[in-house]
Design a protein around this ligand. Sequence first.
Ligand code: SF4
Length: 367
Amino acid sequence: MNRLFAQSGIADIIDKVERGQRLGGDDGLRLMETDDIAALGYAANLVRERMRGDVTTYIVNRYLHYSNVCWDTCKFCSFYRKPGEPGTFTKPLAEIFKWAEQFAGQGVQEMHIVGGLHPSLKYDYYLDLLRGLKKILPDTALKGFTSVEVDWFCRIARKSLDVVIRELVDAGLDSLTGGGAEIFADRVRDILCPNKIRARRWFDIHEAAHKLGLKTQATMLYGHIETNAERVDHILRIRDFQDRTNGFQVFIPLAYHPENNALRGVRRAGGMTDLKVYAASRLLLDNVPHIKCYWISAGLKLAQVALGYGVDDLDGIVYEHERIFHDAGSNTPQEVGEAALRAMIAEAGRAPCRRDSRYNLLETVNA
Ligand code: SF4
């Protein structure tokens, strides 16, 4: 037991972590509630270094938001627009393909594709989108769609989940995003997004992808109306599922941004809460290989500190303007050059390393 933390209120949990024991829900709740941020960081960093050493990965990627038109009205969402509202956009495929051509041969490892639940786009639009992008960028992994979008495709195509996932993969889909998870608890979903798929369907969609050999992501949107217990419940549902499928390659905590949406009276979570959530996630999710900080939402400086609180992956090098968090009031930079990101990682005492979409390291690092 590290003597520095022998008097900490979470000393017994640190002891378990040092022994490599799995933590339980009660431990998770205490991690979320502790104010001993130094002890929390020590424990999370222990696991981070046990799993990854100093290696801190990032990916050269691009973001594609094909449309912000959505039939749903999730209270926390600042991205969606109703058809005909000012600010709507739906990109024709020809426009997307022309945009994508500029990246051919540029070493872009991944294209992150998400949009709203468009009430009139046909299912073929999404298949043609994947086919066209794969043709233009054969070496770029297509990480597309939230589970909510995949469920929407099943509804508009009137096809089963297994068929839709197979057709998306045949068209070029390489992995699913982790979006749509929000907080799994029904209490929260009933208030924030009552029309959205429930946890069971979210997991079914990832399971269908995992069965086809895809690796996917899991997210958690925190800092709105959820309780600490609901955060822990969310994380443990992911751990239980991962014990069965081992298909999640990363967990991404995302702080709720409060501007320009229908959820009133909620302030953005502070940096201390962010660090607690990263650390508790790393400590509870002993079977998920990576914890990602989405720096576009968190900010580069907090992302740098988070590298000492369990985070080992930063997303990303973004040149195309990101919309979802910036529409919600995030004022972080929208792009960062690779050299600046590497310098920021190195300044935190970590070893920067480019990765591909499956988390293969693309360079040799000594860490
Ligand atoms: S979160 Fe997704 S499903 Fe909900 S309103 Fe926004 S775009 Fe639509």
